[in-house]
Ligand binder design. Structure first.
Ligand SMILES: Nc1ncnc2c1ncn2[C@@H]1O[C@H](COP(=O)(O)OP(=O)(O)O)[C@@H](O)[C@H]1O
Ligand SMILES: [Mg+2]
Length: 311
């Protein structure tokens, strides 16, 4: 808690206190306006959260606020963000640093490529999910970004031991990647006394094959409430992603990817895996509108097979 005994409460330590009391208010004070589903995650006090969300929905962004908050408000805390690759770790580090840089009452800190150490003795590590990510300390929070691409062996041999005799928080987030692995297992298979809070954030569109080619129709007639009620029956909190509402943009993505991959990347569906899937960089590039070579899947439109790359 800030020491206000000498100085009296000023706007800085009022902000400090408001941020301390609520993660949601914390990011708002930094000038960030969360989507409703992001607010729900910020407000959650669960120790186990699994987020199945569309590519580019905003899941890495919102979960990266958590280590910033933890490092600031829990002295000597340890936060760990694990991602499947070097480049994804770098993306995550940029997001963490983005929040920290916005906070004018943040403790002094020394940023490095893979960690941030703060003056109150806290540390945020952002590293690829490898055996070397193993550590002796008990983290307050561990975030597994794109968890479906992290191997089971890393989960069981590196991540789970971090929670032996440790009451820390574990958040895993991903787009699906086949009906296999710990992310699929955790999200889809409820167990008795299951500790996991489940979130799903999908495109409001559903791909369909029409006589004229591939098209998108509003998922469940665009009725988000009906969708939420349906998913609630399976213990899942669900939303349509506001970042996927643009019909033309989504249709272009569908034409590039085909139905199966669109369902995987944007509809939260665990479709069967195949060998040639799009890489993380390829999908990110497509969504951001970058022109780059992608592995083309033949797409059947009007009964004719195309391999198409939209202009
Ligand atoms: N609440 C928000 N309002 C506006 N833009 C957002 C919000 N949350 C995330 N974004 C933006 O959405 C994009 C994708 O976010 P990211 O977290 O990388 O997605 P994901 O990890 O789900 O693929 C980024 O450009 C990010 O700045
Ligand atoms: Mg991400």
């Amino acid at each position: 808690m800030p020491d206000s005994s000498n100085s009296g409460l000023n706007s800085n330590n009022i902000d400090w206190l408001i941020g301390y009391l609520s993660r949601q208010e914390y990011v708002r004070l930094l000038g960030f306006t969360p989507f409703p589903w992001q607010d729900a995650i910020l407000n959650s006090t669960s120790k186990r959260i699994v987020i199945n969300a569309a590519r580019q929905a905003g899941k890495s962004t919102i979960t990266s606020a958590d280590p910033c908050w933890t490092a600031k408000y829990a002295d000597k805390s340890l936060s760990i963000v694990l991602a499947p690759s070097e480049s994804q770790s770098q993306d995550d580090m940029e997001k963490v640093q983005g929040f920290v840089a916005l906070d004018r009452t943040y403790p002094e800190y020394a940023p490095a490529a893979t960690h941030i150490k703060t003056a109150n003795g806290s540390k945020i590590r952002v590293v690829p999910a490898r055996q070397t990510a193993r550590g002796k300390s008990k983290p307050n929070i561990v975030i597994l970004d794109e968890a479906s691409q992290i191997t089971d062996i890393i989960y069981t041999e590196v991540v789970l031991p971090m929670f032996t005799d440790n009451d820390g928080r574990l958040i895993m987030l991903s787009t699906p990647y086949g009906k296999q692995g710990f992310f699929w297992d955790t999200f889809c298979n409820l167990e008795p006394d299951d500790p996991w809070e489940r979130y799903e954030v999908r495109s409001p569109w559903q791909p369909v094959q029409t006589p004229n080619g591939l098209d998108l129709v509003p998922y469940m007639d665009g009725d988000e409430k009906a969708y939420q009620e349906e998913r609630a029956k399976h213990g899942i909190r669900a939303w349509f992603s506001p970042r996927h509402s643009n019909y033309k943009e989504q249709l272009r993505l569908l034409w590039r990817m085909g139905i199966r991959k669109y369902k995987q990347e944007f509809c939260c569906e665990f479709v069967e895996t195949e060998q040639s899937v799009f890489s993380y960089q390829e999908i990110e590039g497509m969504f951001k509108g970058k022109r780059q070579e992608v592995k083309k899947e033949p797409v059947r439109r009007s009964g004719v097979e195309y391999s198409l790359l939209e202009a």
